[in-house]
Design a protein around this ligand. Structure first.
Ligand code: NAP
Length: 293
């Protein structure tokens, strides 16, 4: 959204392509507390809506269509939509990332029937029930805290004996009487009939296997980049995130990347926004250098 906004405001001939609705992971965030300018916090949905209105004020065209294939090495670059082919002199990839799956028995079977990757979306279904949250990062802590509004008990299952999440979120989660931590523990199976009824767990040091009766499993074990479209065309890191220089430029001239899809340490809305602005600026400079402006 930021790359689009900056490009539209710079009067580049730009088109934003989005397969579903603009906003990505932010849309499923209940409350954004650390994005500057909103001292009381803001819902993810509203933040996206405001960004969209702002981009539209600068007449950014947005098309809700899925990109099926990209040819980034062609000149101009080619973008294949389901029923149309577009040409672009520069491409900014802000493809984001998707929740990682556990890959254990029952996860696929019960997805949408008790296994969830979005507490904001599914939390209210678990009023007064016991649930498990898997993961020890910021997302797991935030979502576990959100679930305390509904669930009677939240087991946070973490594979190590200390959390990855920032101190503030750790403290809040540890202070909440509804949250119980199961340390050095991994889920091995999700059990149930028509819905989830329990989770089988294994203590990683002692090897002890046991089950907890729960009705929901919320999985927050990190993300995988949405780089299927660019595999084989761009340099990726070992986890599949796109490598760029500090100006968001990839090794392919005229191709830029910004946000969670980029190889980096820190994934925040504020960092994504900054990178979107930088990518737009770099794209503009690239076009100028080619006499395209
Ligand atoms: P993350 O930081 O990568 O944490 C993933 C967690 O899941 C880690 O605790 C990891 O354990 C665990 N894990 C990974 N694979 C696992 C597996 N197969 N089985 C069991 N556990 C597994 O992911 P995230 O929490 O989604 O955060 C992603 C990025 O967004 C981070 O940069 C984070 O700071 C940011 N974020 C920020 C905020 C905020 O600032 N408010 C909110 C949400 C997200 P280990 O610790 O042992 O590796």
């Amino acid at each position: 959204m930021t790359a689009g906004l900056y490009s539209a405001r710079a009067r580049l001939r730009v088109l934003l392509l989005e397969r579903l609705a603009p906003g990505g992971q932010v849309l499923t965030t209940d409350r954004v507390e650390n994005y500057p300018g909103f001292p009381e916090g803001i819902s993810g949905f509203e933040l996206v809506d405001r960004m969209k209105s702002q981009a539209e004020r600068f007449e950014l065209p947005i098309r809700n269509e899925e990109v099926m294939r990209l040819d980034l090495r062609a000149e101009p670059k080619r973008v294949f939509l389901p029923h149309e082919e577009l040409e672009a002199k520069a491409v900014i990839l802000a493809l984001g990332a998707t929740w990682k799956k556990l890959g254990i028995d029952g996860e696929g079977l019960f997805t949408g029937k008790g296994v969830s990757y979005c507490a904001t979306c599914d939390g209210p279904f678990f009023r007064d029930q016991q649930v498990a949250v898997i993961g020890g990062g910021d997302t797991a802590m935030e979502e576990a805290l959100f679930l305390t509004r509904f669930a009677s008990k939240i087991y946070v299952v973490h594979r190590r004996d200390r959390l990855r999440a920032t101190r503030l979120l750790q403290e809040r989660a540890m202070d909440d009487p509804r949250i119980e931590f199961l340390w050095e523990t991994v889920p091995t199976r999700i059990l149930g009939g028509s819905g989830v009824e329990g989770i089988e767990l294994r203590h990683v040091r002692t090897g002890e296997v046991y089950t907890k009766p729960i009705h929901g499993v919320f999985v927050f074990i990190g993300t995988v980049p949405n780089t299927q479209l660019v595999k084989g065309q761009l340099e990726l890191d070992e986890e599949g995130f796109i490598l760029t220089d500090q100006n968001m430029e990839t090794a392919v001239p005229g191709v830029f990347a910004a946000g969670d899809v980029r190889s980096k340490l820190f994934r925040q809305i504020s960092t994504a926004v900054g990178e979107g602005a930088a990518a737009s600026y770099s794209a503009e400079r690239y076009l100028e250098s080619r006499g395209h402006h």
